[in-house]
Design a protein around this ligand. Structure first.
Ligand SMILES: NC(=O)c1ccc[n+]([C@@H]2O[C@H](COP(=O)([O-])OP(=O)(O)OC[C@H]3O[C@@H](n4cnc5c(N)ncnc54)[C@H](OP(=O)(O)O)[C@@H]3O)[C@@H](O)[C@H]2O)c1
Length: 338
């Protein structure tokens, strides 16, 4: 395929909140295909707070000059792999697609997807956020029926699914969120058992009221000072699945330390970080399972789709505002969609 590939590359590491000047919108020739590779015309690009981490100084100089890292769903326009026919749809497994119109990806790092229930679902419910919730809740936290599970950042793409999986596994799911609209979303639309609205009562009071017997599992998307309150409220033998630190990504100062860490010893807690990509070998089986739950109406999620690749910088900034959004997705162009 000949033509130009418009793409957003990283010009500089952001200091604090990302700014449009951290990115450049350029056009390069559409990349050529190698052996066992696929050229995708990207249709939907996942917008995630983790993109702020991938362009940060923490990750190092490799990000500079390259397209912004992103997961995406696209249509196969050229293929040297028998697994991917031209015209079919695929999603990348490791975030290599990038914020651009076309991307060449090794067939081994792609999965075929179909428009059922929708192409965008493969970036949320059945995509990287859903898989993060699945492996965090089942493999890392090892939830068991009857346990009390607390999820922070609960209205977000990962948290909303994490709570629903805890419910499916027979647990009592309590979401931590900010604001009454999001608290209602958790309980009324997603089926959480309860919500703690940090803006209404703060975490310590919320935990005392909503989880009086203590917490077996804390699924942490937010990190920061909230962990101190959580540690003081865990049951003996409790587990903390450390998924993300979204409250810290735009801070220049090093994250504050925890002071209540003695509770980890006293209560014999396990605090384990994890990265979803390390479970890629089990993605297919997990997606099959999650598909059944979606079809049965047991897993749902709101999506917010912004149209036009030109709007990438503003869309990334939107991830950090406090609105109820569900999964954020950038539709590359107004045309061709399913
Ligand atoms: N470990 C992995 O492999 C992996 C993979 C994917 C994502 N992650 C991480 O998982 C976390 C959630 O990702 P996501 O895709 O669900 O993001 P998201 O859709 O943007 O949701 C994040 C949620 O966190 C809450 N939040 C945001 N900023 C906050 C702040 N300053 N203080 C307190 N709460 C804040 C908000 O929920 P409320 O308004 O409801 O509080 C927001 O909806 C992120 O930290 C991400 O980096 C990790």
């Amino acid at each position: 395929v000949a033509g130009l590939n418009r793409r957003w590359t990283v010009v500089s590491h952001p200091v604090g909140m990302p700014a449009p000047s951290n990115f450049s919108f350029d056009a390069m020739p559409i990349p050529k295909l190698g052996r066992d590779e696929v050229l995708l015309k990207l249709l939907y690009i996942s917008i995630d707070p983790g993109q702020r981490v991938y362009i940060s100084e923490l990750v190092g100089p490799d990000a500079i000059g390259a397209p912004v890292k992103a997961w995406a769903v696209g249509r196969v326009v050229e293929s040297s792999s028998p697994r991917f026919a031209v015209g079919s749809y695929a999603r990348d497994n490791l975030g290599e697609a990038g914020v651009q119109e076309y991307s060449v990806i090794g067939a081994k790092d792609l999965v075929p997807v179909d428009p059922d229930p929708s192409l965008t679902a493969h970036l949320g419910l059945l995509g990287m956020p859903g898989l993060t919730a699945y492996f965090g809740m089942i493999d890392i936290a090892g939830v068991a029926p009857g346990e009390t599970v607390v999820v922070s950042g609960a209205s977000g793409a990962v948290g909303s699914i994490a709570g629903q999986i805890a419910r499916i596994k027979g647990c009592r799911a309590v979401g931590i969120t900010r604001g009454p609209e999001k608290a209602r979303y958790l309980v009324d639309e997603l089926g959480f058992d309860d919500a703690i609205d940090l803006l209404e009562c703060g975490l310590a009071a919320g935990l005392a009221e909503k989880c009086p017997e203590g917490v077996d599992v804390y699924f942490d998307n937010v990190a920061g000072p909230m962990l101190d309150d959580m540690l003081g409220h865990m049951k003996r033998g409790g587990r903390i699945a450390f998924c993300g630190a979204v409250s810290q990504y735009n801070d220049n100062a090093p994250p504050p330390g925890i002071t209540n860490y003695f509770q980890i010893l006293m209560r014999e807690l396990r605090w384990q970080g994890f990265y979803v990509g390390s479970h890629a070998g089990q993605f297919a089986a997990a997606v099959d399972q999650m598909r059944e739950w979606v079809a049965a109406g047991r897993l749902v999620q709101r999506e917010e789709v912004t149209v036009g690749i030109e709007r990438f910088p503003q869309t990334l900034l939107d991830v950090f505002n406090d609105r109820l959004r569900g999964k954020m997705i950038l539709q590359v162009s107004p045309g061709e969609v399913r």
